[in-house]
Design a protein around this ligand. Structure first.
Ligand code: GDP
Ligand code: MG
Length: 255
């Protein structure tokens, strides 16, 4: 049997977005159907407990450090280039239900592109990482996303655009890069985050958001598949279920 989920991996409310202008949705609670399903899941009715998440981006933007900061709670100073592909399981409890993120880290080197399709396939979320202090890494983000999307269903995969090494930029530099990053996120329908693996700024919040949104999407998709009859029997859906997934274009405020 698996050991219990660590206390600092328990999610009871939907974590807040980083920037309302580039968020996947701006509601501050889980979908009512999801909450109800989780109560019911305790009886073992629905199966939705794992999500594959792939992390892509140029070499040395900070992908491995980002994952390792979250997993270990510390910045890994001993830089070692990732060889090939690696994945780590990170366990959570969301709304009382065990849930795991399978985090796939990869080397950005061209020579590993041949294995990319296997690596990309079946992802529920794609995290495109760029270095906030490198304009070229942001310019390449679109290409990384397009490659990863070829193997996935664009209508169901959740996208995150993450700027790392926030500690290296002044507030002025950050503001300038963020303008472009937010513009790109709006266009790609991705959720934008800026973090630092070195200081830890935003890292836990970001992964909690990824876990929560993939969990929610998995539950909703399971409910759709199973016809959701048993769920509608036990709850009255609130009248704003659609509003939980507000399209990005309709939002106006910035961060
Ligand atoms: P990857 O190739 O994308 O996996 O990049 P790594 O995670 O291996 O990081 C590449 C380099 O960037 C290493 O020298 C890290 O120490 C450095 N780095 C990663 N994240 C940060 C960060 O948040 N702040 C700073 N200052 N350096 C970072
Ligand atoms: Mg790496």
């Amino acid at each position: 049997m698996l050991p219990p989920v660590k206390k600092d991996r328990i999610i009871t409310d939907l974590p807040k977005f980083y920037c309302s202008n580039a968020a996947l949705h701006t509601k501050d609670s889980f979908h009512p159907q999801v909450k109800a399903a989780c109560q019911e899941q305790k009886t073992g009715a629905v199966n939705f407990n794992i999500a594959k998440v792939i992390v892509v981006g140029d070499v040395a933007v900070g992908k491995t450090c980002l994952i390792s900061r979250f997993r270990k709670g510390a910045f890994d100073k001993n830089y070692k280039a990732t060889i090939g592909v690696d994945f780590e399981m990170e366990r959570f409890e969301v709304l009382g239900v065990p849930f795991s993120l399978q985090l796939w880290d990869t080397a950005g080197q061209e020579r590993f592109k041949c294995i990319a399709s296997t690596y990309y396939r079946g992802a529920q979320a794609i995290i495109v990482v760029f270095d906030l202090s490198s304009e070229s890494s942001l310019a390449h983000a679109r290409q990384w996303l397009e490659d990863a999307m070829k193997e996935n269903d664009p209508s169901s995969v959740l996208l995150f655009l993450v700027g790392t090494k926030k500690d290296l930029s002044s507030p002025e530099q950050l503001q300038q890069v963020e303008q472009e990053a937010i513009r790109l996120s709006e266009e790609l329908r991705a959720e934008y985050w800026a973090v630092s693996a070195k200081s830890g700024d935003g890292v836990k919040d970001f992964f909690f958001r990824v876990a929560s949104l993939t969990f929610e999407a998995n539950v909703l998709s399971e409910l759709e598949k199973s016809g959701s009859r048993h769920i509608s029997d036990i709850i009255r859906l609130s009248d704003d279920t659609e509003a939980n997934h507000t399209p990005i274009k309709e939002k106006s405020k910035c961060c």
